[in-house]
Design a protein around this ligand. Structure first.
Ligand SMILES: [Zn+2]
Length: 55
């Protein structure tokens, strides 16, 4: 079996620091793809989806 499944059950250590902030996942890429935070927007590096944060 050479299939590689993406496990979403256990969060990787990379995302531990985002845990407090509730990371937003990309609506296009689905769970596992997090939006990176910028000044006033969120950005997905995978599909270049941009979401502006409302105040
Ligand atoms: Zn995306």
């Amino acid at each position: 079996m050479a299939k590689r499944k993406i496990k979403n059950k256990t969060p990787s250590k990379i995302w531990t620091k985002y845990k407090e902030k509730k990371p937003r996942t990309c609506p296009k890429c689905g769970p596992g793809y997090f939006l990176s935070e910028h000044k006033d927007r969120l950005y997905c590096g995978s599909c270049h989806y941009t979401e502006f944060s409302k105040k």
